[in-house]
Design a protein around this ligand. Sequence first.
Ligand code: HEC
Ligand code: HEC
Length: 212
Amino acid sequence: MNKLLTLGIVVGTMSVAACVNLDRSRTLGNPSVSGSVLAIQVCSNCHGVDGNSTSPAIPRLAGQQATYIVNQMKTFRGHERSDPAGQESMWGISRHLTDQQITDLAAYFSKQKAQPNPSADTPQLIAQGKEIFENGIPDQNVIACSACHGPTAQGIEAFPRLANQHADYIVKQLNVFQNTQGRPGTPMEAVTHPLTGAHKAAVAAYLQNFPN
Ligand code: HEC
Ligand code: HEC
């Protein structure tokens, strides 16, 4: 009788605790919610639970460099990354995240496997993009993208992975670096300076279709 009563109280307490935790885990302002819970409950709505977002305007995070993700989350939180799309989508979400949550979120997404992202671009366009990625545009003083992003576009630490990223998102960011102060203080300002629309479209097509 006593045992049953105790069991009842324990079970009752556990289910209340579970409800409270679930409710709290939806709150971005709660520092005790782990990064992986936030990733699954919040970030997944846009970036995909495995980081392979399907919308071309939402960057893929699967296999992205953890250092790079941490840097970007902090520049959203600190409002240095201020292009309109970033501001609209990411300022509110990052506002109350702790450094620990950001580190955990970065670990979660960097460990996800990037999936292929084939598009309908022509082989000619993709080949032009490969040329720019691997050799740059010597007569315009554009150095090879691979010099910083790595020969297989995997990135390293603060240099982002670009392989399998959506071409639309890549072109949008190249325009931000080239024409705005939305992502200030990076080598990409100089890199993008001489690029034409045709260069951007080609290199983005190559990267989205990057051979896995
Ligand atoms: C409402 C949709 C939405 C949600 C929810 C969301 N994001 Fe984003 N995120 C975006 C969009 C859109 C961008 C691209 C902004 C731009 O174009 O500058 C972005 C950009 C990013 C970037 C920069 C990626 C890069 O390649 O530079 C990171 C990192 C990121 N989000 C992480 C997260 C994390 C972590 C969460 C959860 C805590 C999250 N996002 C939740 C829509 C969202
Ligand atoms: C000198 C080194 C360097 C070279 C060369 C370089 N990049 Fe970058 N790139 C960077 C760094 C560093 C960043 C991260 C900037 C930041 O933290 O905001 C970056 C960011 C980017 C981004 C944004 C990625 C994202 O997820 O938002 C794109 C797209 C990009 N580079 C494309 C290119 C292309 C295409 C080329 C060749 C034409 C190129 N890069 C050459 C250093 C370089």
